[in-house]
Design a binder for this molecule. Structure first.
Ligand code: ZN
Length: 421
């Protein structure tokens, strides 16, 4: 536990730099870092980290290396466009516990922009919220990592262990960015990921599989419709079969630790669809993309085998095939009682004046990479947000300030500090 004087100095340093932190967050939001279009935002992250005197590393994700890993998700975009950025701080004297401060730079598409009440990329601040695609998920968190780190130095303190500040790609689609960082050799005694988590700690989350289903039909002129086979109609039946599998998995929630009381933990989402060639031709094909979830402890291979079986025995009567098209990830549980959690709980308590709460989230998190494959306690903990992946995404400013303070205190307590002044 930090002494009160150091706590005060660090908290004051966060407050002093907070306007700059918000400006930087807004600048990040103004870079539309959609999948495979993260380069300019990564340039900005690189420049900011480099200006802090960190040892810089930027590299392109490598398909061969990644695809050899069990946690790899097939990537459907060009690898040339995917680069990770890491800045490493090395202490003058190392006697503390090392740390990875991780965040993803990629954001999901906006949907029709005219349905937003403002441009998704203007990062306007209004009534205590910053708006914009990626504001909550998770550019506020990326900036919080950076400015929490800054706060120690501004307070006249040097962390006493290595810190890797990571800005990764592919979190919203495969998880290959963090996986590549782990494969590159970045490891530590703990990881912090400030995803938008309502000022709480993630205790458990689901794994995710992405796949594309193709349903085949028999084309014909509509005048003799009965002689054809409508692939789009059949696709609806296939979707119904998948919903039944989803219901079966949800019915089993009672046997999965931390998922017993969740409302509908397993969600299958039909996220994209296309099919047919002509309004007056019975369609010969329909394709749709699905995101499925699985409980921690279920292997992605097992879940995938059940999904494939469901598709092959579909009641549609159609020829159905499926390919994996992204995430092939397992869920994880953050085991209770780790030192890292204890330090975060203490930091949170000092800032918020209340106990740290944990919860289960039915969405994908890169925490699985570090937890499952790195054996590192991973604290996914971050600010209050609304409408992530929706219209008018926003992040709560005061929450960002407090989360930044908490992370700064966590760094000091976890890594240890030495006085520089
Ligand atoms: Zn996220």
């Amino acid at each position: 536990m930090l002494n009160p004087e150091i706590t005060r100095r660090i908290s004051d340093a966060v407050d002093t730099a907070f306007d700059r932190q918000l400006n930087f967050t807004a600048e990040l939001v103004r870079h539309p870092s959609l999948r495979a279009e993260e380069a300019s935002a990564q340039d900005l992250m690189f420049a900011e980290l480099e200006s802090r005197g960190l040892i810089m590393d930027r590299w392109q994700l490598d398909e061969e290396t990644l695809s050899a890993h069990v946690g790899y998700g097939p990537t459907t975009v060009a690898f040339e466009d995917l680069t990770n950025v890491v800045g490493t701080y090395t202490p003058p004297a190392s006697h503390g516990r090392s740390l990875i401060l991780n965040g993803h730079i990629d954001v999901v598409p906006t949907g029709p922009e005219d349905t937003w009440s403002r441009s998704p990329w203007d990062a306007e601040i209004k009534d205590g919220w910053m708006y914009g695609r990626g504001s909550g998920d998770m550019k506020a968190g990326l900036a919080a990592n950076l400015f929490a780190f800054d706060a120690l130095r501004a307070a006249g303190l040097a962390p006493a262990a290595s810190i890797h500040l990571q800005s990764v790609v592919e979190e919203e689609c495969t998880g290959n960015g963090s996986l590549a960082a782990l494969q590159r050799g970045y490891t530590a005694d703990a990881v912090v990921i400030p995803e938008p988590e309502e000022n709480m700690l993630v205790r458990a989350n689901v794994g995710v599989i992405w796949f594309k289903v193709r349903v085949s039909g028999q084309p014909t002129h509509v005048r003799e419709m009965a002689t054809g086979f409508n692939a789009i109609d059949a696709a609806y039946t296939v979707m119904g079969d998948l919903r039944e599998l989803q219901d079966t998995w949800n019915a089993d929630q009672g046997s999965h630790r931390y998922f017993e009381d969740l409302d509908h933990p397993i969600n299958f989402n039909i996220g994209m669809i296309s099919g047919g060639d002509w309004p007056s031709s019975v369609p010969s094909w329909c394709e749709f993309d699905v995101r499925a979830a699985l409980y921690p402890g279920v292997t992605a291979a097992d879940a995938w085998a059940q999904i494939e079986d469901c598709l092959q025995t579909s009641s549609s009567g159609a020829e159905v095939s499926a390919v994996r098209s992204g995430f092939f990830s397992e869920g994880y549980v953050l085991e209770e009682g780790s030192d890292a959690e204890g330090v975060l709980a203490s930091s949170h308590q000092q800032v918020f004046g209340s106990a740290l709460e944990s919860f289960t989230t039915p969405g994908y998190l890169d925490g699985r990479v570090f937890t499952l494959y790195g054996g590192i306690p991973t604290l996914v903990y971050g600010p209050v947000s609304e409408a992530i992946h929706g219209f008018d995404e926003r992040v709560h400013i005061e929450s960002v300030r407090k989360v930044t303070r908490t992370i700064a205190l966590f760094i000091a307590d976890w890594c240890g500090v030495t006085e520089t002044t």
